[in-house]
Each structure stands twice: as structure tokens, then as C-alpha cells.
Design a protein around this ligand. Structure first.
Ligand code: ZN
Length: 883
């Protein structure tokens, strides 16, 4: 394509340009005659004008991409060729009446669809992915979320595809001539095209039932490939728990007669909430103890819940336009986080959710792609399915709940659902429901939706012994982000407590008298700088700030090591108890990073070793928490504190701390390891999960010693482990060691599991994430391994994605890691731009590194940009990064 065309294609879309649709669609009648290479799609739309008559007819624009148009009729009569326009992106014409029936027939080639959006083939089955703009690859349609229609779908196919599914309830099925058959589905709920789904294939069905709170029976079905039918129990249980939880926590009842989940192998995302027919990446459905780890089990539960919860927060109430993506995603991520807090342990769940924000979302906020939770422009919407829209968006919802309290928040969501059922709305509508239900003004709070960047709080404290008062002064600021040089102060909930020197919590009473009598308070920050004075404080306390991580911000507060130790031992807020240890470790590691850079000998503070020993030997009830408390901050989190990121020094300093702890505490680590072996058969409950994570944390430390005994221990666990969690933990340790058991173990694992692609993903990922110096060579070899397939997103994420996240190897000073990832981006972009765009994000923070790495990364970005016919997905990220 020429340059002119390219700029046309890469046009920026702005929120401020939003216009309501000129034409609405009431019903859609679809008929698919499925064929791998030439599927015929007939579509009959009843259309009406969205404007008062008398102003003349406006053009009707139907999006469409890579379609062959066979038939176009208005009210039964073929439309004259002179009356309509078709190009690569759309079909448009000016209708002759305000209400009409439009008939369209197109032909598409699912077998040629490598982008995995629209209708495509996965493991020989037909499936669809329409969010965000995939439906336009199926037929011409006003493919925008604010056009809601009732869909009836008939699927005709050869009987080698016995299962034919679409949204809603099954209304008919039967035989056709020539060995074909059909099924008709009707969805009574109006929906945008992005929620449409179709599945046709030879699949096994796992069935169950759920009775809703109004005693309606619902058929539950999970469809998988036949050899996977024994791996659905956990997903089904998770579904039933989600359905019950949403009734209790939000009063939301399921609405169709049947709910279906289909697992497919080739899928760009985790899963998709199509109305009544959720399509899942098989990674988030299939599990058996021998094949899935504890974190796989938790991932499945979380994703099943997330997609189910969308039935209300996304399907019944949907987004007006794609700038509002967080309306459904932020809210639904928050709902799945709450669900997981209820099903597991609130503190531990919060720690893992915050880790995603701090280790990854904060990086997004600090880079060239930084955008608000409600972006105001995009080139390719697929690039905005980000941690900012999803996870920071969830924090914004969580903050509203913190400010309004659980009961006020529930009043707000009840009003939101009842006011907007069946509508396509905006994040402003959501906030308005919260305001109206609680008679509050959230105008300043809404800046969380429009301002990008991570706010920073600077806290100073002063104690007046004579007056018995304690004052905290909090200043807030937010660094500039692309297009937003100056920020306004935000409305921030800051949850706090104060601990006395003996570790007990103090009663909190503000001098203003506004809030008192509690051991934990939520201060509301609104100004650039504010002071809060507490009275009746007998001695200088230790502040516990941002409890349960009450806002997605960074806090600067100079605590002493003693104060951190006190919080680690006594803070009743589990998150802050953990975080005090993390901040202490981060401070020490960052000092060691400086020593590495200065060429000084490294030494670890004995008080830190003692604190670690106390945690290790504490015998906490919640072993999962204990394991988290023993973990060191992630390399990406540590990098965030550095002006110029030095990935090699971070890796070396962090590893030095871990090795020192392992060497000094070898005996206690061994003792913890032996004491937490599974006492009986494998179980997947919170207690057993906690025991395994603590045991495997101890083993991971020990394995850093690279001594023969420990390698034997790993090998024994690897061979004897009856569950994937233990097997994998041992294998990861071996893969990071030069020991001779390494290659045997990897070969044995491959031999056992080579026919299971999801387990092969673990095998690829472990090798690509290895710290060993020959990792890049291994990854390059694995690209040609028979189990690898560059067209499958899970395989790409496992092998190439894991290498791109392997900071020490990706950032190798030679630049070889950069060159490799750039080559892969270019190769994958020609097949699947969405996956290539995820990969290219590894380069976006290039300006934060030293001059040599900067120039190497920049060179690779320029190389990618000079590739002919680059997708707009990759083009947008690369050009924004190079600015
Ligand atoms: Zn979602």
C-alpha cells in the first residue's frame, strides 16, 4: 500500500468526536453456511433512522473488512450499484426511507484468518472473536457498541461439526440435505455486535445445573475437545460459585436458560464474555492436579468469574464507545478481585493484585503509551486493552467503594444496573449513579478517569509531645504524561492507622472532630497539600499508611528500619505488614545496586537477615501470606526506583541478597521445607495451597546455593511430585542451575507431557525465563521445535513473551536480545498484529536505560518501523515510543 493509504488507515480516533449513530438496528437475522474456505453469511437487518424525519436522510455506514459482497437488497430489491459505495473498510449508502429491511450476503475465508479476529479455525473447529472490531470481518454491519440489536442466528454445517452454538437459547435444529445439519439460536437481549459468538465443531459437552435465587433452573455446559473432558470440574465449580456470589454480593441473577463455556486453543486473549456463550482460551478452563498448578487453578477461577460477571457489567449494560472500555473492564476486574478475596484470603489476594499494578501498570503510566483510564484518543483500539484500563480502572472503582462504604457502593451499583439495563453508557453515567444514590459530589474524583500517570504522595510527620498531637502533612503530585504536562490535584482516599511503640493500635481522633473513635480511618485528600492532626496521642506513633493499598499511588515516607520492623511484626493490616517488609528489602537492594555499580564489595545488613529468619520461623497460620512475606520485590518494581535503569546490577544485587539469605539460613530453610510436605493426598484448598507455596519458596532459596544436595532435593521433588505445582517448582529451580540434572529433567518433562500443549507452554516458558547465559541460544533453537507453533498465541507468549520479560537476558548489553525480539515482532506482525503489538511493548521504556542500551533499542524500533506494511497496532506503539 502507498503512503497516502497508510496515513488513512492509521487515523486517530478522538473521544470528543463521538456522535450517536444515525441508524439503529432492531433485529438481525443471520444465516451461516459454514465452509472452511468459503463461508456464506446472509444477514437481514431491520433498520430505522435515529433522527427525526424532515432533516433529510443521512448515509448509513456499515463497517466491513476483507469481505466479498454477493447480495445487497433494500426492502427486497437489489440496490443499484450507483447508490452505494464499498471500500476496504466500509459499505455506505443513503437509504430512501426512515425504516427498511436490508439484506446482505457476503463470503469469507475462515481458513485464511491468522489474526484470530472475526470467524476463524482453531484445531479444526470454527470459532469467533468479535471484540473489539471483529464482527466487521464477518459481514457488513454498523460495528460499534452503541448499536444494540436482537440477534437470531442459524448455523448450517457439515455433520462433521456436530456441535453448533451461538448466543441465547436454542430454538430449532435439524437435518439438511448432503450430510449437513443446522441449529437456530435466538438471543432475546439486545446486544452490540462485539458480543456475538459462533462455535461449530466436534466437541465434548460437560453438563451441570444451577438454580437461581428466583428458583429458575439454568443448564450449564462446558464444551471442550473430547480428550479434555476430564479437566472441566474446577471450571464448572468456579462457575457455580460465581453465579451464587453475584446474586449475594450484587443482587445479579442470570437471565437466559443456558450458560455455555467453550475452550479453544488458538485465542488472542484470556476469554470473551459473549452473551450466554463465553469463549475461553483453553488455558483458563482445563485443569487436573497432574496438569495444572495452584496458580492455574486460581487463574481459572478468576477468569471464569470475570467473564460470568460481565453478563451484567458489560452485556446487560454495555459501553457507548470504546473510550469507555473501563466501564465494563475496570468494574468487572474489581468484581473478580472481590470474589477472589472472598473465596481465598483478602490480604493475600490484595498482595497479588497490587503486584500487577506496581510491577507492570506503573511502568505503563511512566512510558510513552501512558493514557488515562478513559483514553481520549487511539489509533488502534486493540492497543488499549491495557493494565491501565483494566487494573487501574478496577482501583478507581475500589476507591469509590472505599469512599462510599460497602452499603453506599451497593446502592450505587443497584441504581446503575436498574437505570441503564439494556443501554450503552459511559463512565460518567456510572459515577452519576454513585453520586445520585449517595447524594455526594464526585466531580473531582472523576479526574481519575481523565488524568494519566501515577500520583505520588509525599508525607512528613511531626509529633508535639506537650500537646499530645501528631500531624501528618501530605503533598500530592502527578508527573507529566504524553499530552498532559500539568495535572490537577486528585481526590484520593488514604486509609491509615497509627501504631504505638509496643505495636498496639491507637484510637484515632482528628482535631477537627470530623472523624474519631476508630483504629483505622480513611482520610480524603483533595488539595495539593493538606495536614491532618490527631489528638490524645501519648507518644510518637508509627504511621501505617495506604492500608489495603487504598489508592493506586506511590507514597514517599522516610520510615526508619526499626519502624519498618515494627510494622512487619504488628500491623493488623495484612497488606501493610507485607509491604513494610517489601519496602525494607527494596531499600537494601537499591543500596546494593549502587555498590555493584561502584564496584564495592557487597554485604547484607544482619538486622535484615534476622527479620527474615523471624518471618521464616514464625509458623504463621496463613502460609500463603508467609510465602509472600519471604519473597523479594520484583526486578521490574525495583527498576521503577532508578533514574537510569541498570537491569544487570538489579539482577546481581537482588540475587546476592537471596543467595546470602539461603547460605546463612540453610538449616531453617531445610526445616521449613521438610515441615510443609503434603501430609496426605493432593488437595486444592487454601491451606494446602499455602503449604505448597511456603515449601516451594524455601526450596527456591535453597536452590540458589547450587550445591549437590539441593539439586538432589529438587530432582527428588521433580520425580516424586504427584501434582504440577511441586513438579514445576522443582523444574524451575533446576532450569536456573548449571547442574547436570538440568537437561535430564527438562527432557523427562518433555517426554511425559509432549502431547499436552498447555504443559508444553510451561516447558517453553521455564527455559525462556532462565537466568543462564545461554538462554537466548536455547530460545532460538526452541523456535524450530516441533511443539512450537508461531501462529498460536499461547506458544508465542510462552516462549518469546517469557524471553522478553526476562530482564537480565533481554537487556543483555550486546543487544542480541533486542535484535531477536524485533525479528519476532516483524515476523508475527504479518500474521497476528495484536500479538506482535504486545511483544513490541518490551521496548517502550527504552529512554529509561543507559545510553548504550538506549541506542540499541532505538535502532530496533527504527528497524521495525521501516518494515513495509506494518500493522497499525505495531505502528502506533512504535511511533509513540520514538517521539
Ligand atoms: Zn473483561
Amino acid at each position: 500500500m502507498d503512503d497516502h493509504r497508510r496515513t488513512e488507515l492509521h487515523k486517530t480516533v478522538y473521544l470528543k468526536d463521538y456522535q450517536p449513530p444515525d441508524w439503529l438496528v432492531d433485529t438481525v437475522d443471520l444465516r451461516f453456511d459454514l465452509d472452511e474456505k468459503a463461508t456464506t453469511v446472509r444477514s437481514i437487518l431491520t433498520v430505522r433512522s435515529n433522527h427525526d424525519t424532515g432533516r433529510g436522510m443521512r448515509p448509513f455506514v456499515l463497517n466491513g473488512r476483507r469481505l466479498t459482497l454477493n447480495v445487497l437488497k433494500q426492502d427486497g430489491r437489489p440496490l443499484d450499484k450507483a447508490r452505494y459505495r464499498v471500500d476496504d473498510e466500509a459499505l455506505s449508502f443513503t437509504p430512501s426511507s426512515a425504516k427498511f429491511v436490508l439484506e446482505i450476503e457476503t463470503v469469507i475465508d475462515p481458513s485464511a484468518n491468522t489474526e484470530l479476529t472475526g470467524l476463524y479455525l482453531s484445531s479444526g473447529n470454527f470459532c469467533t472473536q468479535c471484540e473489539a472490531e471483529g464482527f466487521r470481518r464477518i459481514t457488513y454491519y454498523p460495528d460499534r457498541p452503541d448499536v444494540l440489536a436482537r440477534f437470531t442466528t442459524t448455523i448450517a454445517a457439515n455433520k462433521k461439526y456436530p456441535v453448533l452454538l451461538s448466543n441465547g437459547n436454542l430454538t430449532g435444529s435439524g437435518d439438511l440435505v448432503d450430510g449437513r445439519h443446522f441449529a437456530t439460536w435466538h438471543d432475546p437481549f439486545p446486544k452490540p455486535a462485539y458480543l456475538f459468538a459462533l462455535i461449530a465443531g466436534d466437541l465434548a459437552r460437560v453438563q451441570d445445573r444451577f438454580t437461581t435465587m428466583s428458583r429458575r433452573p439454568i443448564d450449564l455446559n462446558i464444551f471442550v475437545q473430547h480428550h479434555n473432558r476430564d479437566k472441566c470440574t474446577h471450571a464448572m465449580e468456579s462457575l457455580k460459585q460465581s453465579m451464587k456470589w453475584d446474586e449475594e454480593a450484587y443482587g445479579r441473577e442470570y437471565d437466559l436458560d443456558t450458560f455455555m463455556i467453550v475452550a479453544v486453543d488458538d485465542f488472542n486473549m484470556g476469554a470473551m464474555e459473549n452473551k450466554g456463550l463465553n469463549v475461553f482460551n483453553s488455558k483458563y478452563v482445563l485443569a487436573r492436579p497432574e496438569t495444572a498448578t495452584d496458580s492455574d487453578y486460581q487463574g481459572i477461577m478468576g477468569v471464569v468469574a470475570h467473564e460470568y460477571f460481565h453478563n451484567w457489567s458489560g452485556d446487560r449494560v454495555t459501553c457507548r464507545d470504546w473510550f469507555q472500555l473501563s466501564l465494563k473492564e475496570g468494574f468487572t476486574v474489581f468484581r473478580d478481585q472481590q470474589f477472589m478475596e472472598d473465596m481465598t484470603s483478602p490480604g493475600v489476594q490484595r498482595i497479588s493484585d497490587v503486584a500487577v499494578l506496581r510491577n507492570s501498570q506503573f511502568r505503563e503510566d511512566a512510558g510513552p503509551m501512558a493514557h488515562p483510564v478513559r483514553p481520549d484518543s487511539y489509533v488502534e483500539i486493540n492497543n488499549f486493552y491495557t493494565l491501565t484500563v483494566y487494573n487501574k480502572g478496577a482501583e478507581v472503582i475500589r476507591m469509590m467503594r472505599t469512599l462510599l462504604g460497602p452499603a453506599g457502593f451497593r446502592k450505587g451499583t443497584d441504581l446503575y444496573f436498574s437505570r441503564h439495563d439494556g443501554q450503552a453508557v459511559t463512565t460518567d453515567d456510572f459515577v452519576r449513579a454513585m453520586e445520585d444514590a449517595n447524594s455526594v459530589d464526585l466531580a473531582q474524583f472523576k479526574l481519575w478517569y481523565s488524568q494519566a500517570g501515577t500520583p505520588e504522595l509525599s508525607v512528613t510527620r511531626s509529633y508535639d509531645a506537650n500537646a499530645g498531637t501528631y500531624t501528618l502533612t501530605v503533598s500530592q503530585s502527578c508527573p507529566p504524561t504524553p499530552g498532559q504536562p500539568d495535572k490537577k490535584p486528585m481526590h484520593i482516599p488514604l486509609a491509615i492507622g497509627l501504631l504505638g511503640k509496643n505495636g498496639g493500635e491507637l484510637d484515632l481522633k482528628l482535631d477537627s472532630g470530623s472523624k474519631e473513635g476508630s483504629k483505622s480511618l480513611v482520610l480524603e485528600l483533595r488539595k495539593p497539600q493538606e495536614s491532618f492532626t490527631f489528638v490524645d496521642i501519648p507518644a510518637e506513633p508509627v504511621p501505617s499508611l495506604l492500608r489495603h493499598f487504598s489508592a493506586p499511588v506511590k507514597v514517599k515516607l522516610d520510615l526508619t528500619d526499626e519502624e519498618r520492623l515494627l510494622l512487619m511484626a504488628h500491623d493488623p493490616d495484612e497488606f501493610n505488614r507485607w509491604d513494610a517488609g517489601q519496602q525494607y528489602a527494596a531499600k537494601l537492594i537499591l543500596e546494593l545496586v549502587q555498590d555493584v555499580q561502584d564496584g564495592k564489595p557487597l554485604a547484607l545488613d544482619n538486622r535484615f537477615i534476622d527479620a527474615f529468619r523471624i518471618t521464616l520461623e514464625s509458623g504463621m497460620k496463613d502460609k500463603s501470606f508467609q510465602a509472600f512475606a519471604l519473597s523479594m520485590p520484583a526486578e521490574t518494581y525495583l527498576a521503577d526506583f532508578m533514574e537510569i535503569i541498570d537491569p544487570s546490577a538489579i539482577h546481581e544485587a537482588r540475587r546476592f541478597v537471596q543467595e546470602t539469605l539461603a547460605a546463612v539460613l540453610k538449616q531453617p530453610l531445610l526445616a521449613v521445607y521438610s515441615a510443609h510436605q503434603d501430609p496426605g493426598p493432593y488437595r486444592i484448598d487454601q491451606e494446602s495451597i499455602g503449604r505448597r507455596s511456603l515449601k516451594n519458596m524455601a526450596l527456591a532459596y535453597l536452590s540458589l546455593l547450587e550445591d549437590g544436595d539441593v539439586c538432589d532435593l529438587c530432582l527428588r521433588q521433580f520425580r516424586g511430585g504427584g501434582n504440577m505445582t511441586d513438579v514445576l517448582a522443582a523444574l524451575i529451580n533446576l532450569a536456573n542451575n548449571e547442574c547436570h540434572e538440568r537437561d535430564d529433567a527438562l527432557a523427562m518433562f518433555y517426554g511425559t507431557w509432549k502431547s499436552d500443549p498447555l504443559i508444553m507452554d510451561k516447558w517453553f516458558a521455564i527455559q525462556a525465563a532462565s537466568r543462564l547465559s545461554n538462554t537466548l541460544g536455547t530460545v532460538k533453537k526452541l523456535l524450530h521445535h516441533p511443539a512450537f507453533n508461531i501462529k498460536n498465541p499461547n506458544r508465542v507468549r510462552a516462549l518469546i513473551g517469557s524471553f522478553a520479560s526476562n530482564a537480565v537476558r533481554f537487556h543483555d548489553p550486546s543487544g542480541a536480545g533486542y535484535a531477536f525480539i524485533a525479528e519476532q515482532v516483524i515476523a508475527i506482525d504479518a500474521m497476528n498484529p495484536q500479538i506482535a503489538a504486545r511483544l513490541v511493548s518490551a521496548f517502550t521504556l527504552w529512554k529509561r536505560y543507559d545510553a548504550k542500551r538506549q541506542s540499541l533499542m532505538r535502532g530496533q524500533l527504527e528497524r521495525i518501523l521501516s518494515t513495509p506494511s506494518l500493522s497499525k497496532d505495531v505502528h502506533e506503539i512504535v511511533t509513540k515510543s520514538l517521539v
